[in-house]
Design a protein around this ligand. Structure first.
Ligand code: AMO
Length: 417
């Protein structure tokens, strides 16, 4: 008999074979109740024969059950499975180290036992939605004719400034884990023109916050012959598409998480306008509270802040009018539900200007020779951005800790499991 997933079972299904985990088991007089769970749902099963055999089945044991689907007034779904045969495939150790059914256990303990934590349908729902976010991001840019690229993860110099790199030993050379695919996606605009990628990045930031990871995944694009406004529009459309797809395809997951999503609007403000709105200091970055405040002024909106000061943006961001003396840049950030989800901008494609900017930012142009050289032989002006996959999942689902939407987080103190 072919195995059926719980979600495929209908009241009209007759003989079925199901496989999964024993979420709960109870013996009541002459009846055994087994709540079976697989990755698609939960099914109430009952046995009226050989009850003794059930008494030593532990919670979370893996079993396969053959039975007949019967209508039932007591069962939530209106039907249950009457067990004719139950086989224990692998018995679980008891007691469980963490509570599988409820979220009573603290996040640290839950992460220590993430494999168990993920047995909870509401935790699975977060990752099913994240999977849809990544899939619809891909779908959006494939449909537009972009090419998906695979940038390297081992790099020879910083791509986001001098600090925050994890060193690795690369034979006799010193190398680093990539902080971003930045330099590589840029180099590819002079051939493939429009590229996108989902790629892991590593940042050796020492702070431990609810919104930062030391290993995260970025959804990036880079586009030839585009400026900051053109790629901001691309971001607006991509995010709207992603939310639309999540709404269409993740109905039950959203319901489980008790979330009502809306396709967001978009607002465009210059950095100067935005910092004034939240009484921030001109020339300084937004504090987390100011980001939150700005988003509250524009509910259900992607808030773009563009034309940031050169001093607050990385070396590769184009200064206004291609002028090294400009104080304003062609760089932007995007905020959503209280937090930054993306940053990007137009890049410097002029080697001389790039060298000047590297020096201005106190970086050594010698460490960027290959990158700078790549712009010597016919490089178009170009722009792009990056959305943090976990950061976006966190803001979309209004989670209070980025670790909630990271399978196995890597943070300042956590390297296992
Ligand atoms: P930035 O450094 O702003 O830009 O990163 C882009 C987005 O990635 C996410 N992010 C993080 N998420 C979790 N933990 C972190 N430590 C972390 N750092 C960043 C955020 C952020 O908005 N190369 C540029 C992008 C570009 O210009 O194309 C870059 O990496 O959502």
């Amino acid at each position: 008999m072919k195995r059926m997933y719980i979600s495929e079972i209908k009241p009209s299904s007759k003989q079925v074979l199901v496989k999964g985990w024993v979420q709960r088991i109870k013996l009541l007089g002459k009846i055994a109740f087994v709540v079976l769970r697989d990755s698609t749902g939960i099914l109430q099963c009952i046995a009226k024969k050989n009850i003794k055999e059930f008494s030593n089945i532990t919670q979370e044991s893996v079993v396969e059950i053959k039975g007949v689907v019967k209508k039932s007034k007591q069962a939530k779904k209106g039907h249950e499975l009457e067990i004719s045969d139950l086989k224990v495939i692998n018995k679980s150790k008891a007691p469980l180290p963490a509570d599988v059914e409820k979220s009573k256990t603290f996040i640290d303990k839950r992460l220590d036992y993430r494999f168990l934590d993920l047995r909870r349908p509401e935790i699975q729902a977060i990752f099913k939605i994240q999977s849809e976010i990544a899939n619809s991001f891909r779908e959006f840019f494939y449909k537009k004719g972009f090419t998906e690229i695979q940038p390297p993860s081992i790099i020879s110099s910083s791509s986001e400034g001098g600090t925050e790199l994890f060193p690795v030993k690369y034979f006799e050379k010193k190398a680093f884990l990539a902080q971003s695919p930045q330099l590589y996606k840029q180099m590819l605009t002079s051939s493939l023109e429009r590229v996108f990628m989902i790629t892991p990045v590593w940042r050796a930031e020492k702070h431990n916050t609810p919104r930062h990871l030391n290993e995260s995944r970025q959804m990036d694009i880079e586009v030839a012959f585009a400026n900051q406004f053109e790629v901001m529009k691309e971001l607006e459309e991509a995010v709207k598409y992603i939310v639309k797809k999540v709404l269409e395809k993740c109905k039950s997951e959203l319901e489980l998480l008790n979330l009502k999503l809306k396709i967001p609007k978009a607002a465009y403000l210059s950095y100067e306008q935005a910092i004034k709105k939240v009484n921030g200091k001109l020339g300084e970055d937004f504090t987390p509270e100011q980001e939150k405040k700005l988003c509250e002024m524009y509910p259900d909106t992607i808030v773009f802040t563009h034309s940031w000061p050169v001093a607050l943006k990385p070396f590769y961001i184009m200064p206004k009018d291609e002028n090294i003396k400009s104080k304003i840049s062609e760089g932007f950030d995007a905020l959503f539900n209280g937090m930054e989800i993306s940053s990007g901008g137009q890049r410097i494609h002029i080697p001389k200007l790039l060298i000047e900017m590297l020096k201005l930012k106190k970086l050594n142009p010698k460490n960027f020779t290959d990158y700078v050289n790549s712009f010597e032989y016919g490089s178009p002006y170009h722009a792009g951005w990056s959305i943090g996959l976990e950061r976006f999942t966190m803001t979309l689902l209004k989670l209070n800790n980025i670790r909630e939407c990271t399978f196995f987080p890597r943070d300042r103190t956590r390297l296992t499991p």
